[in-house]
Design a protein around this ligand. Structure first.
Ligand SMILES: [Zn+2]
Length: 174
C-alpha cells in the first residue's frame, strides 16, 4: 500500500508538488487505487498554484479519511515538525505516543517516544518557553544509535529549537 504512504507524505508536506505531480502522471496503478473522480481532479490541477494545491490536499485528505483512516496521527506529522502545547493535534498525537527513553539530565527536554499503534519512533523536544513540541521522525539506524546512547544532536541547543523548525507546513487543519 505504498501509494497511501505517498498520499500522506504529500498532504503533510514531506513531498514537493513537483515530485507528487510526476508520481500521479507516471504511476500505472494510481487511477484504479484512488478512483476516477479523484484521479481526474489531480490530473487537471495546476500544481503551481498554491490554492489549487490546497484544494487537492483537501480532496486527498477526504479520500484518506473515508477509505484509509489511521488510528494514530503519525502519518500526518512531518519528518521534522512542530506543534503547540494543548492543541487538538498535540493531544491526538500524544494519545498514542509513549516516552521510552530520556536523553539525560543535561538534555532534559529531549526524549525518545514510540507510537503504540504504528510503532514509529520520534525524537521529541519540549520547549517550555514557547509551549511547543518539536518532532523528528527516526529511522531504524537512528533508533539503534539511541539505544547505545548515541543521540541525534539536532535538538540539543534549547534556544535554537524554533530556528531549526520554524514553521509547520503540515496540512493545516490537522
Ligand atoms: Zn503512529
Amino acid at each position: 500500500m505504498e501509494y497511501i504512504n505517498i498520499l500522506y507524505q504529500f498532504i503533510r508536506g514531506d513531498l514537493s508538488n513537483e515530485y507528487f505531480e510526476k508520481y500521479i502522471y507516471n504511476d500505472q496503478l494510481i487511477e484504479s487505487n484512488i478512483g476516477n473522480d479523484l484521479y481526474q481532479s489531480l490530473i487537471e490541477a495546476n500544481f503551481k498554484n498554491r490554492n489549487a494545491v490546497a484544494d487537492i490536499k483537501n480532496l486527498i485528505n477526504d479520500f484518506l479519511l473515508n477509505n484509509h483512516p489511521s488510528k494514530c496521527k503519525c502519518c500526518l506529522i512531518k519528518n521534522l515538525d512542530r506543534s503547540d502545547f494543548g492543541t487538538d493535534f498535540s493531544e491526538n498525537i500524544f494519545l498514542h505516543l509513549k516516552e521510552t527513553k530520556i536523553k539525560g539530565e543535561d538534555y532534559c527536554w529531549i526524549s525518545l517516544y514510540e507510537c503504540n499503534v504504528c510503532h514509529q519512533a520520534w525524537l521529541v523536544a519540549q520547549d517550555e518557553n514557547y509551549d511547543v513540541f518539536y518532532f523528528m521522525r527516526l529511522d531504524n539506524t537512528q533508533i539503534q544509535d539511541i539505544e547505545s546512547n548515541n543521540w541525534p544532536i539536532i535538538f540539543d541547543n534549547y534556544n535554537n529549537l524554533s530556528i531549526i523548525v520554524s514553521t509547520s507546513s503540515r496540512f493545516s487543519k490537522y
